[in-house]
Design a protein around this ligand. Structure first.
Ligand code: AHR
Length: 583
């Protein structure tokens, strides 16, 4: 929050995301596309790979995807498919926690349906308890007998979105019914690793070490290990991922980068390991603030301090400003989640695709301080952020509807992470349920999935696979942006391989034109079988509601495969996954 403090280094609106396309080439002229030009216009221009021969494209397809089976970019960290949960609005209370005495099906107070659905998409890691909330949270408030836990004012109590809430709502006055042990149970049930964000703004470094001790000290060893046992968990939780503050440039303390570096040193020096390979995630920039990153690492370098546990540098980028350059105001720049026209559809993608520039730029800068590349980017907050008004329940602060448009944005973002698998070590979609870019909506006994859930379902196949170099070329999409013709790439996507399975995911953001696409495997391979699924609708506003929970859902898509290639028609406004089995 408080994004006004730090101006963007570069406006997303200036990013050229059209570079992957060659609109002027008519289909019949594709075969004559010379290799040099192809390389220049490819998303991989300048990358170290070689063609053995010019691709022989089909004369009828208008779009082409070339997958280089022998060119791995790196392993796609499963953790890229992580989720974020904060004590904010309806995320924890009603979203995850319904309480042991609830009539809603639950396992020890945790909503059963949410963990079942999380298992389905193999959620690898969950970040908690914030967000901004983390830097106001005392972990000790949330452990021990539930009845004895204190009630505290929630960080979000003064947010304009809190005005809708009445009385002593748990969103205003945190009951601490859901604390560390409940979160660990939630992770255990859903099969995810815990990622705890510590309080650097309002607790001393000692409390960070104590929280690590509570979670990780061996059974029976310390007083806190005994407390943990008394609270139901004799065995340590072995928590590996620890965020060192959150948005320390904003709600996490309004620090200057040098000040944050000092706190970071205090927090991370000599934290006990208890045999767990701790992985610290530093509070990185808002958007693409290179100055924050540079000054922080310069400050560490001056002290010759680079802890071996520093494995992650967080990046937060929300797609919020849809004003098309009219304003940079955090409130005025937002638009509606449901009411948008074609321009609003494309503009979300133009802004969202700035993520790729952030990943490239932050990674480039990190390399100057970490030539051994121990530190990966951790994009632990991303997604669309609209103005209030479409939440399904008044308690859902920062709640908003999730449409097909958001599914495409999420898919494009995940494809960026896949394509940059060597750079992005972890990510977390903000947030899991009843909030921004949610996968789920719940209200008492009602529970539905959103189009974003279906994207995670489709994309789960990439987890842990080898990201492959891939070229997409397709007719561009054009739209009028404040009277100026603007283009977007026709098709965007990524490809990966695990054993003999190749997974290709792609978005066609074009609202009118299907893309007759030829996918060619380069490297000696023959396709044994192929199948595809798609998320699409004729209405770009399509979304699920409690009354119509399956308005947007996955469907099968026809594929024709022969030899080393296949053809498929990717519908307008769609996210698709093609699964190819090699012979
Ligand atoms: O996700 C909502 C908020 O956005 C988080 O609490 C904060 O980290 C960010 O500003």
């Amino acid at each position: 929050m408080d994004r006004k403090r730090l101006p963007l280094i570069r406006s997303a609106a200036t990013v050229d995301v059209s570079m992957t396309d060659v609109t002027s080439e008519l289909p019949h002229r594709r075969n004559s596309l010379d290799r040099r030009r192809f390389l220049q216009t490819s998303s991989l221009a300048g990358a170290a790979f070689a063609f053995t021969a010019r691709p022989a494209w089909s004369a009828t397809a208008d779009s082409h995807v070339e997958i280089l089976l022998d060119e791995s970019v790196g392993t796609i960290a499963p953790e890229i498919y992580g989720q974020f949960t904060e004590h904010l609005g309806g995320v924890i209370y009603d979203g995850i926690w319904v309480g042991e005495n609830s009539t809603v099906p639950n396992v020890g107070g945790i909503r059963k349906e949410i963990v079942d659905r999380m298992k389905q998409i193999h959620v690898p890691v969950v970040r908690w308890p914030g967000g901004c909330f983390a830097d106001s949270y005392d972990w000790r408030d949330g452990v021990g007998p539930s009845k004895e836990r204190p009630i505290r004012t929630n960080f979000w109590a003064d947010d304009p979105d809190a005005q809708r809430l009445k009385g002593n709502a748990v969103q205003l006055y945190e009951t601490n019914a859901f604390g560390t042990d409940e979160f660990m149970r939630f992770c255990h049930l859903s099969g995810a690793e815990p990622y705890l964000a510590s309080n650097l703004r309002s607790l001393p470094a000692m409390e960070f070490s104590r929280w690590v001790e509570y979670c990780n000290s061996p059974e029976g060893s310390t007083t806190l290990a005994k407390h943990r046992a008394a609270n139901g968990s004799p065995a340590p939780y072995d928590v590996k991922y620890w965020g060192v503050g959150n948005e320390s440039w904003g709600c996490g303390g309004n620090f200057e980068p040098e000040e944050y570096a000092e706190e970071f040193r205090r927090f991370t020096t000599w934290v006990p390991h208890y045999g767990v390979p701790l992985s610290f995630i530093g509070s990185g920039p808002n958007d693409n603030n290179l100055e924050w990153t540079n000054s922080f690492f310069e400050a560490l370098r001056r002290k010759n301090y680079m802890p071996r546990e520093l494995h992650g540098w967080s990046v937060h980028y929300y797609t919020w400003n849809l004003s098309m350059g009219e304003t940079t105001d955090w409130v005025a720049g937002k638009r509606d989640a449901l009411e948008f026209d074609e321009t609003g559809w494309y503009e979300l993608f133009l802004q969202g695709l700035y993520m790729e520039e952030i990943v490239r730029a932050q990674w480039g800068l990190l390399g100057e301080f970490d030539p051994g590349r121990n530190i990966k980017l951790v994009v632990d907050e991303y997604g669309a952020w609209y103005k209030p008004g479409t939440q399904l329940d008044p308690t859902h602060m920062l709640g908003q509807q999730v449409t097909l448009r958001d599914a495409l944005l999420t898919a494009m973002t995940l494809d960026i992470f896949n394509r940059h698998a060597e750079k992005v070590g972890m990510a977390a979609c903000a947030q899991l349920v009843n909030c921004l870019n949610a996968l789920f909506f719940s209200q008492e006994d009602k529970f539905i999935t959103t189009p974003v859930f279906h994207v995670f379902d489709m994309y789960a196949a990439h987890q842990g696979a080898q990201s492959l170099r891939v070229n997409f070329s397709s007719p561009q999409v054009h739209y009028q942006r404040k009277g100026k013709a603007t283009t977007l790439a026709g098709l965007l996507g990524s490809a990966s391989m695990r054993g003999k399975t190749v997974t290709v995911t792609a978005t066609n953001s074009d609202l009118k034109n299907p893309k007759l696409t030829e996918i060619v495997l380069r490297g000696s391979a023959t396709i044994a079988s192929a199948e595809a699924s798609v998320l699409t609708d004729t209405d770009m506003h399509a979304h699920n509601t409690f009354a119509q929970p399956n308005a947007v859902q996955l469907k099968k898509l026809a594929v024709e495969a022969q030899g080393d290639r296949l053809t498929i028609t990717l519908p307008p406004a769609s996210v698709s996954r093609v699964t190819i089995q090699l012979a």
